[in-house]
Design a protein around this ligand. Structure first.
Ligand SMILES: *Cc1c(COP(=O)(O)O)cnc(C)c1O
Length: 343
């Protein structure tokens, strides 16, 4: 099999360290891991193997297809989107994945099938997924084997009054159901403090190097795209680089053309402001990001040539500020042409 001219360096020690930090911050609560969207684009199997080895016991995916991909690893999986009729055979046959029931129809479906253990999502104000607090308090899930009762914060990355309102609504269900555990906090929610931790936390972004808010300063970068140089060329003063000729050389420069573009998730927002590093130097992007290519000023590293690899600057808080994409979009947008490898 041929290797790609584009790869994603994945730091397994940083991933495990990030989980351990979030686990410590979660206090007495257990710390799980959201691994939906293929482990936020890094590769769910590689992520789950490493987090399970670090001690993580609870994994969250969006769909049953995602659950089935990691189920052979033997870990405990919650499927956040619940269970459709079309998922029932898979769900009933699985010994280590269970649905997070979100609607009264899902509850009825699971109950009628005698489905066994499940989780339940309650909506505390986000108006996305989940049963109402009133329905849960009124006994809508009574008699089910509810492992975890959970809710999800809408504004945990901000200091918004909605956090306290959601917390109060969720806490009102303490002792009201026979759920074995309660869970509210995502990565940012963990940094909101112990009141938000309940029995289990569910970080995603922070595991992968995203810093959603203050209080998460120790998070380490996990993913670094690396691209190979396809061509090095001299661009004389006055000539332009790339589509729409948005960059014009003010003096003679050397340009390296790299094998990465917006089709790989290196979005056009990086045009004119992204950077890469090579030979200890920081090289600025010139002109627009193309579908499959970018151009950088390589004048400061004369030895850099065709076939050499460069690191794309991808520290998520900075890359997000520079590109205008969210940290989540930057990770989950990383494309399929990129070879992923763990170090
Ligand atoms: C994605 C998700 C998480 C993880 O959120 P992060 O902000 O990535 O930490 C937790 N809970 C639910 C329900 C989610 O959908």
């Amino acid at each position: 099999m041929t290797t790609a001219p584009l790869r994603l360096r994945l730091d397994g020690a940083a991933l495990a360290d990030n989980w351990r930090m979030l686990d410590r911050m979660s206090g007495r609560a257990a710390c799980g891991a959201a691994v939906k969207a293929d482990g936020y684009g890094l590769g769910a199997v590689g992520v789950v193997e490493r987090l399970a080895a670090a001690g993580c016991c609870d994994f969250f995916v969006a769909t049953w297809a995602e659950a089935m991909e990691i189920a052979p690893l033997g870990v405990t999986i919650s499927v956040l989107h619940g269970v459709r009729e079309a998922d029932m055979a898979t769900a009933l046959a699985s010994s280590n994945a269970r649905p997070v029931l979100n609607t009264l129809a899902q509850v009825a479906r699971w109950r009628a099938a005698g489905g066994g253990r499940c989780d339940v999502m309650v909506d505390t104000g986000m108006n996305r997924l989940g049963l109402s607090v009133a329905d849960v308090a009124g006994g809508a899930v009574a008699g089910l084997q509810v492992e975890t009762l959970m809710s999800h914060l809408a504004c945990a990355d901000e200091d918004d009054a909605m956090n306290a309102r959601q917390l109060a609504a969720f806490a009102s269900l303490k002792g009201v159901t026979d759920a074995r555990r309660m869970s509210l906090a995502n990565s940012a929610g963990i940094a909101l403090g112990p009141d938000y931790h309940f029995d289990l936390t569910r970080p995603g972004l922070g595991l992968y190097g995203g810093v959603a808010r203050s209080g998460l300063a120790g998070i380490r970068q996990v993913a670094t795209p690396q691209a190979q140089i396809v061509q090095r060329r001299r661009v004389p003063m006055g000539e332009t680089v790339g589509y729409n000729a948005t960059y014009r050389a003010t003096h003679d420069i050397d340009v390296a053309i790299l094998n990465i573009g917006y089709a790989d998730g290196y979005f056009r927002g990086f045009s004119g402001c992204g950077t890469v590093s090579a030979g200890g130097e920081r090289l600025p992007l010139l002109g627009r990001v193309s579908m499959d290519l970018i151009a950088v000023d390589a004048s400061s590293v004369p030895a850099l040539g065709e076939g050499d690899w460069v690191d794309i600057a991808f520290a998520l808080p900075i890359a997000s500020a520079v590109s205008g994409m969210s940290q989540y979009e930057l990770l989950t947008g990383l494309g399929r042409r990129i070879d992923r490898y763990w170090v």
